[in-house]
Design a protein around this ligand. Sequence first.
Ligand code: DGP
Length: 115
Amino acid sequence: MEFDPDCLFCKIIQGKIPAEIVFRNENVVAFRDITPQAPTHVLLVPTLHVANAGDLAKLSPTVLGALFTAACEVAASAGLDGYRTVFNTGESVGQSVFHVHLHLLGGRSFSWPPG
Ligand code: DGP
């Protein structure tokens, strides 16, 4: 694990800032979003500090895949029959925390295209 001491999600992974953790393994930690946009809204993050999904894809496709595998497990645990996964990559599309996180949203209907 490599942490950035100034990163909010690194602090959550280390237990320095409280969060409701719903899943953890060697490569991935999942916790509930503080401002949920759906009845289930979980953020899945790598234990390694990487800024965004593009950087993670270059650095470790295996860990990128592990985020989706974990999302599948969390969705099954929550009893979701369908769910949406989203990476916001870059400030212009709404990324506000620069430790890559996969949003897992479910428990209501969703429209398409997203706003
Ligand atoms: P994004 O906008 O894609 O970078 O998503 C960042 C998400 O992080 C946003 O949905 C709110 C969530 N968030 C921000 N601060 C905290 C926090 O301190 N705890 C938790 N659990 N979630 C947070």
